[in-house]
Design a protein around this ligand. Sequence first.
Ligand SMILES: Nc1ncnc2c1ncn2[C@@H]1O[C@H](COP(=O)(O)OP(=O)(O)O)[C@@H](O)[C@H]1O
Ligand SMILES: [Mg+2]
Length: 281
Amino acid sequence: MTVTTPSAAAREGVPAIRLRGATRTFAAASGSRYTAVQDVTLDIDEGRFVAVVGPSGCGKSTILNMVAGLMEPTSGTVEIYGERLQGINPRAGYIFQQDALLPWKTVIENVMLGLILRGVPRKEARAQGMAWLERVGLAPFADRFPYQLSGGMRKRVTIAQHWVTDPDILLMDEPFSALDVQTRQMMEAELLAIWSGSRKTVMFVTHDLEEAIALADEVVVMSAGPASRVVGRYTVDLPRPRNLMDIRMEPHFMELYGEIWSRLREEVLKSHERSRALGRQ
Ligand SMILES: Nc1ncnc2c1ncn2[C@@H]1O[C@H](COP(=O)(O)OP(=O)(O)O)[C@@H](O)[C@H]1O
Ligand SMILES: [Mg+2]
């Protein structure tokens, strides 16, 4: 008989990510404190793909940093699978806009790195890394260096690099913003294809509402800063698998876009007004 211990993840009703009243302030130039995000309360269930949108500078990256454990909330808490996060979040991978490949290492060495750091023997790490390079169509480029690849290919290496270590949570901060439109759509489709076969929880920050709706199960709208908070949560009930080439033209997509944009637009306008007012001071 095998005895299985239910993981924390399997416990009923425990979200993968829980922010409770999370507030983060920063020292401002004047010696006062600037409140970037205030009282952010948000539960994200395991396996969900949640997109976070909001005006630029509202605090989206700050929230991801807190969930990654790179930054502590000034007050409030972050819980990961029901446990209060202290220090780096060991269950999360973090993908940024700029890829973080080491230029002096080959593609396969970059992909293996996370496994090597976890003590996986080289041979095993290489085999797992190669399997992921196959998966993202880059096996023939395993021995190239990052500078020999296009932006889209480097992004695929980054995805392989993170997926190979099998994190339960993927935090993505505008990961495709620097790519041209076509490459970007291809990467979005690949991301969905890989994610759909997993139970990974994704928190995806983007300033692009179309991208948010096309990818996510839910779109969270943040208000203009300072003291940004969650002002809307919208379920994206578009069926999966999604055809990202055409989805933006579907009537229900447009309906959702109209509904969410009307909320986001208010915040974008507020944000513009506030930065113009600051410019006049
Ligand atoms: N380390 C920091 N020190 C001081 N201010 C910061 C720091 N990080 C972020 N901020 C400020 O907090 C606000 C939110 O920033 P950020 O989370 O990067 O916004 P977003 O990702 O939504 O564009 C901004 O006004 C930014 O200047
Ligand atoms: Mg940001």
